[in-house]
Design a protein around this ligand. Structure first.
Ligand SMILES: [Zn+2]
Length: 122
């Protein structure tokens, strides 16, 4: 069912509504980090009996947090936090993205969320 679910128009509508209702990553927000959500996660996985189309079983996450949660649910090793030098694990996370001065950004906002990982400059 899971594969077909993500092809259904009802899923696409529910996913869009979830991201509209909760645009920030819930897991990052709980840690005091503001990160745009890109993924919609089933809080209780469908494989564990979670309701696939019930919005109360959905949460918005960034891709990194979604990957971490999914890997954890699948019994894979998950590293969080930072190394001994304070460098965060997960080079694609917002922690490692450059800060853009809002006065410099030209309207569209694409520069605010670069797609390629950046090396921290500290
Ligand atoms: Zn996140």
């Amino acid at each position: 069912m899971t594969g077909r679910l993500y092809d259904l128009a009802v899923w696409h509508r529910l996913r869009a509504k979830q991201l509209q209702d909760e645009p920030l990553c819930r897991h990052c927000h709980a840690r005091g980090i503001i990160e745009l959500a890109t993924d919609v996660d089933h809080i209780v996985p469908i494989a564990n009996g979670g309701a696939p189309l019930d919005q109360s079983n959905l949460q918005s996450l960034c891709h990194l947090c979604h990957t971490r949660k999914t890997n954890s649910e699948n019994g894979m090793r998950v590293r969080t936090g930072c190394d001994i030098n304070g460098i965060p694990f997960g080079g694609r996370h917002g922690w490692t993205q450059p800060v853009v001065d809002a006065d410099v950004v030209d309207g569209g906002g694409a520069e605010k969320y670069p797609s390629s990982p950046q090396t921290p400059r500290w």
